[in-house]
Design a protein around this ligand. Structure first.
Ligand code: XMP
Length: 326
């Protein structure tokens, strides 16, 4: 086992020069470790895996093979952004797997939140494994493990890695961020030229929109959720709230209510909006959104998102609620 204690000699990475020094040092170490071999990375587009990808591209270029699995539960525009940033702008060796149908077929009719999580996790490993088996000469598996993962859980958290791979696919691990805290990862990401929308992205759960499309997921309700979430993010950007509020998202429950549109009765879904602040996700407070913004969000979502006739704002702190609804 390699050492999992942050070296005392390691200073805080807060300024761009410190990030550049870290990058230079890591690139040299990664080149040395990897030599002429190939490294595989599951690139979700989240902060940690994105920064690992950018670092490895700088160190070993196309010896890094990134696999982006689109499980159909990502936010609007995210898979496209991963392809644009890594393949188009950075010239990465990127395999894009559109597995949305596979995931949604497996999830059809499943309403229990933990069962949904298990299906998404297991299917993710299966898809990733299939892609890994198509490749020759992979010797290393890169992971976006960061220091809090090590501190919190000893072994790395299940949802953060692809540790469920079968024995014949156990590669040597490459974890260049394992001694960094989240704020340091962001400084390094910025220094590597990643866009702000990636580096300062709000936390997004591994099962993605799957735990916000409550109960058994259907494609039409998932689409309504994705559109409502995109409107929420756009309005938060415009209002200057995007970097200020810790986590904000939409939820669509598996129920309908009566409404009226153009003089006709409707029977449609509500969209629940949530915006919370927290330090450690153990407890959370609700952001006091301006009334005008809530009105604007309600007007846009009810007029632009098919199948939605009401908008609600969740005023529940954690506890008694959790941040997510499932
Ligand atoms: P809760 O809902 O437990 O959420 O208050 C606390 C934080 O954890 C995130 N979360 C998850 N992240 N996989 C993840 O990677 C999950 O299954 C999961 N469930 C919740 C949630 O978004 C919040 O930031």
């Amino acid at each position: 086992m390699s050492n999992n204690v942050r070296p005392e000699s390691m200073g805080r990475i807060a300024a761009p020069e410190q990030a550049q020094a870290f990058i230079a040092e890591q690139c040299a170490a990664l080149k040395e470790q990897i030599g002429g071999k190939q490294v595989l990375l599951a690139l979700s587009g989240g902060v940690d895996s994105s920064v690992v990808a950018a670092l490895l591209i700088k160190a070993v270029g196309r010896q890094l093979v990134c696999v982006h699995v689109n499980h159909g539960l990502l936010r609007k525009g995210e898979p496209e952004q991963v392809v644009r940033v890594f393949r188009d702008a950075m010239g990465a060796n990127l395999i894009y797997v559109d597995a949305a149908d596979r995931f949604l077929d497996k999830l059809a009719g499943v309403s229990d939140p933990e069962a949904k999580r298990k299906i998404i996790g297991a299917e993710f490993i299966r898809v990733f494994e299939e892609e890994a088996r198509k490749l020759d000469n992979i010797a290393f598996l890169a992971q976006g493990t960061i220091y809090p993962d090590i501190l919190e859980s000893g072994p790395v958290k299940a949802h953060h890695n692809v540790g469920g791979l079968p024995d014949d696919l156990k590669f040597e691990l490459v974890e260049p961020l394992k001694f960094l805290f989240k704020d340091e990862v962001r400084v390094v990401g910025k220094a590597l030229g990643l866009p702000d929308s990636m580096v300062y992205r709000q936390p997004f759960p591994g099962p993605g929109l799957g735990v916000r499309c409550l109960g058994a997921i259907t494609r039409d309700r998932l689409e309504a959720l994705r559109e409502a979430d995109a409107i929420l993010r756009e309005e938060f950007d415009k209002a200057g709230l995007a970097g200020k509020v810790w986590q904000y998202f939409a939820v669509v429950p598996d129920m309908k209510s009566t409404g009226v549109r153009d003089g006709k009765r409707t029977f449609d879904w509500p969209v629940i909006l949530r915006a919370v602040n927290t330090r450690d996700a153990m407890s959370a407070t609700v952001e006091e959104l301006p009334w005008a913004l809530l009105h604007k969000l309600t007007a846009r979502i009810t007029s632009e998102v098919p199948g939605v006739n009401r908008v609600l704002y969740d005023l529940t702190p954690k506890p008694s609620g959790t941040i997510e609804w499932e």
